[in-house]
Design a protein around this ligand. Structure first.
Ligand SMILES: [Zn+2]
Ligand SMILES: [Zn+2]
Length: 166
């Protein structure tokens, strides 16, 4: 969606509120596509003394698969999207911090998509201290220790040695 900013482009003090639903179900994070339901970008474009600013919030429900234990989990997304807008770049140094508008129009979807991609962590854990899976038996260690842990038990080690010898 392209938001028409012409009504406030040259009118300091004016603002345009907006709210868009966005389908980002195709946005891929290393094989995961967490935005299976629509996200929402809601905010305001302001002309503050001639400078255009966007203050918005990208929100919705994300569904990830835990990097450690492989279990699906939900995350409530609440990502601030704040940026400056300009009709053209005054100097190259600000590139990246300023979003260009074209013909007085802001591509809201592109803005949200970029913020979404840059705003996600590289790791996705069902919880901070997820214990993950046992590398030997694949048991979910969040549900308690698996039987592999008993390998450190000296009595079992002796038993195993006896079995190996026989
Ligand atoms: Zn996990
Ligand atoms: Zn195990």
């Amino acid at each position: 969606m392209r938001l028409d900013l012409n009504p406030i482009l040259h009118r300091p003090g004016e603002k345009i509120p907006f709210r868009v639903e966005l389908d980002f179900s195709d946005v891929d994070f290393f094989g995961q596509t967490p935005a299976s339901t629509a996200l929402c970008l809601e905010g305001t474009v302001r002309n503050a003394a001639g400078a255009l600013t966007v203050e918005a919030l990208l929100s919705g429900q994300l569904e990830w698969v835990c990097d450690r234990c492989g279990k699906p989990f939900a995350e409530t997304l609440s990502l601030p999207v704040n940026t400056l807008l300009a009709e053209e770049l005054a100097d190259e140094e600000n590139e990246g911090e300023i979003v260009l508008i074209d013909d007085g129009r802001l591509d809201v979807e592109e803005l949200a998509r970029t913020a979404f991609i840059l705003g996600m962590d590289t790791k996705h854990l069902c919880r901070e201290d997820c214990a993950g899976l046992c590398s030997r038996c694949g048991a979910d260690l969040n549900e308690g220790p698996c039987s592999c842990e008993k390998e450190g038990d000296p009595r079992l080690a002796v038993l195993r040695r006896l079995l190996d010898e026989s």
